[in-house]
Design a protein around this ligand. Structure first.
Ligand code: ADP
Ligand code: MG
Length: 696
């Protein structure tokens, strides 16, 4: 690096001590570039002085005057009260916390500059705890707004400002801060220069419209957000390209087994299913690893699409791992796939293996050996599939259901398992949490995405009802009537986040209570702590209609599929997240009967709970619910990506800055092609070490 500036996380010359360096590092600032990218949250205007008699009410203003009285008062509590006077009038200043040294420093006759919001007080107009410092007469005023930075305990604004200023003065000799975007591109997209934007945001002159700074819509802000989005796009696109440097088995669409399966199904594929399968099928037939996300709302029929993909791999002689995040769901897949593949596999003499964490050793050993010899061409299971001991004979495709439940690392562990030397497995991920388009463009730019945007025919929208839990009796009567008339219902127990034990107890209590109330019905209980064989026997009884009311914890949230169930009650719905509510509700509305979902909630509702319930009440479409959820929570929480290593956005918001995001995507393509060096510099500037995500 030129210019004598140390980088690479080494203490830059600007950090004056180890202690300060540590504080900055808490803020993610560890070199000069990250320091200048540490941008202000807001600004204070100290560029002019207001006359005391002219102060507008409520707004923060700066005044200057001489202290004319100084008194420590004890009523209503201990406080330091000053009176300050300028040519136009006087004002009271109150400090509720103060040091002895301040009483002295603010002695009568001292000239002070004060920044604060005046308001009517007991004695007259007053400022409480204004920013206050002693000045000489005619001390010059700053000529730019005063930035207020995000900070951490023990790191004052004064220190941050001083360091930023020092680095910005030196900028001329710092090669590191040069422009990373070609001039032509800047012009075309009407973007401001990088350094101009940085300077403006750290030291805006008073003529810069305050609201543009505050709303972060000033062109300088746009440039910074653009840069951030560009770095994200570059990183994702590089990752995407990297994929094409790896080899994967070529799995051609021989249309033999897939046609056989399609013929045996009691339904025809929807147009969306055909389209998504053909996208997947083409990927599989290429010699590099597929990494495709199949997105589709709850009930859109993702499983059959994955089953077809599995057959395409199998007819090329490769094994398939089919994975789900919970035992109940994995088991359902196992049953469903066994059913679909029974006759096909029977005639080929191959089998399906089942792997789960809780299975008996004998069964596990048998499964492992069938997997190792290649007798089992399809392996269905939970995370148990990731474990070291699982040796595939020839793994070609991994299907991961509800991918957002698995971490990036788990997904990777599976990808490495392709047993053919030097090859990577194809991956098909599925998610029923539809990701809004802007987010998917931003956080999933490294994946290919197929969308199932059509429900199988005959689905009915679920009618959602909201009841306060004081109306529980009414709900019980309804359920009783419906079940006596041959319908089936779920009763979902409240979620108790703090304690699993308590959650289990609540489920048991609910089950007991409801068993008494519904004495003439068959009531079942399903929760996560049941031994696996009991779980599956309860599910079987419910599927067969031998259980009419199924009391369950949120274990039924993912994937459970019993078309005859048309009623659902969710207790304490106000405690659940939107995607959870949507997934739970998706368990009904799968058959011919009109379905109802009753959300019981307990007053008083928090503001956010009220908004969630309103959204779930008003919308049935998963994409819309996701969009609203994203607006409510922001992308970090929505995706749960904080832990996953995907670079987070600090400044830009994919939803609000959609135009910038699209431009950044185009520019990223262009730069990777035509200006790879600048692209590298840009990535280094914005992601530094975080760029490791590339290696994932
Ligand atoms: P999800 O996308 O939520 O995983 P599933 O794959 O579990 O959905 O499918 C939901 C239900 O719809 C299943 O019972 C499945 O057999 C059925 N199904 C899937 N595709 C069709 C179709 N084209 N026509 C009718 N039913 C279908
Ligand atoms: Mg599913």
């Amino acid at each position: 690096m030129k210019g004598g500036i140390k980088n690479n996380g080494v203490i830059p010359s600007c950090f004056t001590s180890k202690a300060i360096e540590e504080k900055f590092s808490k803020l993610g600032v560890n070199n000069e570039i990250s320091l200048i990218l540490h941008l202000p949250l807001r600004y204070e205007d100290e560029t002019y002085l207001c006359q005391i008699s002219d102060m507008p009410g409520g707004e923060a203003v700066q005044i200057e005057g001489v202290i004319v009285s100084n008194e420590v008062m004890y009523r209503p509590k201990r406080q330091l009260v000053l009176q300050v006077e300028d040519d136009s009038g006087t004002i009271f200043i109150r400090f509720l916390n103060f040091y002895g040294s301040q009483i002295k420093a603010y002695s009568i006759g001292t000239r002070v500059r004060l920044l604060g919001a005046p308001r009517p007080g007991f004695f007259g107009t007053e400022m409480v705890h204004p920013k206050c410092h002693v000045v000489n007469e005619k001390a010059p005023l700053p000529d730019s707004l005063t930035p207020v930075y995000p900070t951490t305990a023990g790191l004052s604004q004064v220190i941050i400002r001083k360091l930023v200023r020092k680095v910005l003065i030196d900028k001329a000799r710092i090669d590191n801060f040069s422009e990373t975007i070609p001039v032509k591109t800047l012009k075309h997209y009407r973007l401001n220069g990088f350094m101009d934007s940085i300077m403006l945001l750290h030291q805006p002159t008073p003529d810069v419209p305050a609201h543009l700074l505050e709303e972060r819509t000033h062109p300088a802000w746009s440039r910074i957000k653009f840069d951030e989005l560009l770095a994200q796009q570059l990183s994702m696109r590089l990752h995407y390209q990297q994929r094409y440097k790896n080899l994967a088995p070529t799995l051609l669409d021989k249309k033999k087994l897939t046609t056989e399966l399609l013929k045996s199904l009691p339904f025809n594929l929807t147009g969306a299913q055909e389209k998504t399968f053909s996208e997947i099928s083409q990927d599989l037939s290429k010699p590099y690893p597929m990494q495709r996300l199949l997105q589709g709302d709850v009930g859109s029929g993702k499983t059959i699409v994955a089953a077809l993909a599995a057959l395409q791999a199998i007819e090329n002689g490769y094994q398939v791992a089919f994975m789900a995040p919970t035992e109940i769901l994995a088991e359902q897949h196992y049953q469903k796939l066994s059913n679909w593949f029974k006759s096909i596999f029977g005639s080929l003499g191959i089998s399906i293996a089942w792997l789960s964490g809780s299975q008996k050793k004998v069964q596990r050993t048998a499964a492992l050996s069938a997997i190792a010899t290649g007798n089992a061409m399809l392996v269905v299971g939970t995370h148990a599939l990731f474990q070291e001991q699982v040796e595939f004979n020839k793994l070609g495709l991994a299907v991961i259901d509800e991918q957002h439940r698995f971490g990036v690392h788990q997904r990777l562990a599976l990808r490495m398992k392709c047993t053919k030397k030097g090859m990577v497995t194809h991956q098909l991920m599925m998610s029923a949490t539809p990701i809004p388009r802007t987010l998917s463009m931003s956080y999933y730019a490294d994946l290919d995405v197929s969308v199932l945007d059509e429900q199988p025919p005959g689905r009915t929208d679920v009618v959602t009802k909201l009841f306060t839990d004081t109306r529980r009796e009414e709900v019980i009567v309804r359920i009783k009537e419906a079940c006596c008339a041959g319908k089936q219902a779920y009763w979902v127990c409240p979620l108790i986040e703090e304690s699993e034990v308590l959650q289990l107890k609540t489920a048991l209590d609910t089950y007991e209570r409801l068993s008494i109330i519904f004495a003439d019905l068959k009531v079942g209980l399903l929760h996560g702590k049941l031994p696996p064989h009991e779980k599956s026997s309860v599910m079987d009884l419910f599927k067969q209609g031998a259980i009419q009311l199924l009391v369950a914890t949120t274990v039924i949230e993912v994937g459970v599929d019993v078309p005859n169930a048309s009623l659902m009650v969710i207790e304490h719905a106000e405690r659940m997240g939107l995607s959870q509510l949507h997934q739970l509700r998706g368990r009904v509305g799968r058959g011919v009967d009109a379905s109802v979902c009753i959300l019981l909630y307990k007053e008083p509702l928090s503001e956010i709970a009220r908004r969630r319930l309103r959204i779930i009440f008003e919308h049935n479409d998963g994409f819309e619910i996701s969009r609203q959820d994203l607006l409510l929570r922001g992308p970090g929480e929505f995706l749960g990506v904080r832990q996953s290593g995907v670079p987070m956005l600090r400044f830009a918001d994919p939803e609000k800055d959609e135009k910038l995001l699209k431009d950044a995507r185009d520019v990223a393509e262009e730069m990777l092609c035509d200006y790879p060096k600048l692209a590298q510099l840009h990535l280094q500037r914005w992601l530094g070490e975080k760029n490791n995500y590339l290696k994932v």
